[in-house]
Design a protein around this ligand. Sequence first.
Ligand SMILES: C[S@@+](CC[C@H](N)C(=O)[O-])C[C@H]1O[C@@H](n2cnc3c(N)ncnc32)[C@H](O)[C@@H]1O
Length: 201
Amino acid sequence: MSAQVNSPAARLASRSYVALVHHPVYDKQHQVVSTSVTNLDIHDIARSCSTYGVAGYYVVHPVAAQRQLVERILGYWNEGPGQSQNDFRREALSYVRVVPSMDEAIDAIQREHGQRPSVIGTSARPTGPAVSAPALRAEFAATARPLLLVMGTGWGLTNEFMSSVDRVLEPIQGTAPYNHLSVRSATAIILDRLFAEEAGT
Ligand SMILES: C[S@@+](CC[C@H](N)C(=O)[O-])C[C@H]1O[C@@H](n2cnc3c(N)ncnc32)[C@H](O)[C@@H]1O
């Protein structure tokens, strides 16, 4: 066990969660839709969550058949033929929890920690007053409150959803005009900004 485990950043990570939301999100025409789950999002975000020691990764989908698909993928690696193939993948996938709604994720975290998580929305586009990663980290490192970082799919979380969250994280700003990170890359960058040792606190 490394010394990092007891740092303020590691303690904050250990009560933080990621939610990958498939509804309500926009499609290319700005219609509100449910997107399909993707294998890569399940695996890659689980690996990022494991790497930064977050407490759990919620895959949120309102459609039962899509949730069953995720459970089947998890079953393959946790109990099926995949179990003996790749221990690191299996370890990462143990972080994944499949729920039909954000409310269920929030309730589960509240039961676990005895208090409601602060729900943090993310978006590539500015959606109003936002908090920087260092400010969010400093604020919550000083509390015992859990965090729930919400990532979108499709063309991003709806404006209505974004206006319902407790805080909005400042968009990641690269160094070029291109602004189309995959959700997997955006999650990894955000986890690094919030929980990496060199980020401060
Ligand atoms: C809109 S989805 C794009 C999904 C896409 N189909 C894919 O391949 O991943 C990307 C999600 O990642 C996050 N994201 C992407 N770019 C971001 C940025 N510049 N700042 C903050 N979050 C970002 C947001 O949660 C956003 O909803």
